[in-house]
Each structure stands twice: as structure tokens, then as C-alpha cells.
Design a protein around this ligand. Sequence first.
Ligand code: SAM
Length: 247
Amino acid sequence: GGCLYLVPTPIGNLEDITLRALRLLKEVDYILAEDTRQTIKLLNHFEITTKLYSFHEHSRQEEVERHIENLAAGQTIALVSDAGMPLINDPGHPLVQAALSRDLLVVGLPGANAALTALITSGLSAERFTYYGFFPRQTKEQQALLALVGEREETAIFYESPYRLKQTLAAMAKVFRLDTPIVVAREISKQYEEYLRGSLEELYAYFQNHTVKGEIVLLVEGLAKARAEDAASISALPLKEQVERVM
Ligand code: SAM
């Protein structure tokens, strides 16, 4: 019967794809990709020749319907995004909803994701956390979100562009304690992977005179918790760049 597979792809290192993902990408009737030019590189690398079509945020309802009809007719489809987990700040939710509403089979595969990888490596508590997606760009939304985050005890995870990191840390420095533990995870699983761990004050100062490139996950220790524990945990660590890695 038909099935919609949600297939995570690497977020940098091409080895971070599962054997099952590779098999399904070979076996499905076709693959839906956020950006076919991006996905074709992955398919070429693994010598996968499955038909590839684009599916993105702006894909129309007619398109969703067409794929749903194909699933209902027994076809198998793999949905992938440019990197990491489909649907996690990536397209796919309308398709999943439509498939489920028609009682069609949806199977999600475990796999690469930037937020979770950053979280477990950060040194911040990974027991409870909230993933907020991209840090908002509008001042009003930023203020509302920071007020909310400030009341929480769990680790906060944001995606952020390297061009906006400095501004975002500045916005945080206006409302959070300066000794709040912060981690910037950059270029996870890639050649220039690094984790910068320190207090909000230290990282703010650091990024004042360091330009950053690449992809970034920004993590903030639970603010309410940081207050309670007097920020004793990782801000006690010296700020340093992690340069040696085992790939
Ligand atoms: N679906 C992806 C996932 O599962 O992580 C996220 C897609 S979102 C459009 C892209 C953002 O994820 C980037 O701007 C960055 O914040 C984060 N990201 C993706 N790959 C990353 C990497 N290798 N290192 C650090 N952050 C990454």
C-alpha cells in the first residue's frame, strides 16, 4: 500500500544518513524535496536515481492533493528537506496533515537534526527544553518571546542567522541576567564545527568583534533556573573555542 515517508537527511556530514533512509530513498516511487538542486547532490553521492520533484512551503493545495491521490493509489513517497528533519522549520506539515486526514500511512524516520545535536553537546540541561525555531525578526515579537523565555526553567533552543546573532545577543542582554549561560553551536558536523560556551555577557562581547559565518543554533539555559541556581553551572567554564574534534 501507499506510504508517506518523512526522511531526515544530513545537516553537514554526508555520513549522517541512516541505512534505512538510503534504502527508502532508493525504493520509493518518488522523492519530494524542498530544493531539488540541494537534494540531487545527496542522491548523486549515494548513486540514487529515484525521481525527484520539488515540494516547498508555497506548494499549492492542488499539489498536495495530487500527492495524496498517488498515496491513495498505493504509491510510496519520501519527503526530504535540504537538511535535517523534514517539518522542523521546513516544509511538509500540510502534506502530513492531508495524508493523516485521509487515513493514509505516514512513517517518520529518526535522524539528523541541528537543534537536538546542539542541545546534547551544549552542556546545558537536556532533560527539559523548548525549541522555538528561528528567533523572530520583529522587535515586538522578540520582546514578547524574551519575556516568555525569561519565565521558563527549561533550556531554550533557537535557530539563528550568523548575521543576526550579535543583535539577538544584544536584545537578550537587555532583558536577561548577564551571567545567563549561553551556547552558540556553529556548523555542526561540518569542517568548522565549534561550540562557544559562556555567559551572555561573554558571548555578547565575543561576537562584538568576531564575525561569524555558517549555520547557528543558539541555546539559553532556563532563565528561571539560572536565577535560582545563581547561574553556577556552565558560566563557570572559561570561554573557549573548541578546535579539536574527532569526526
Ligand atoms: N530541518 C532542519 C533540522 O532538522 O535541523 C532545520 C532547517 S532550518 C530551515 C535551518 C537552520 O537550522 C539553520 O539556519 C540553522 O539555524 C540550523 N542548522 C541547520 N544545520 C545546521 C548545522 N549544521 N549547524 C548548526 N545549525 C544548523
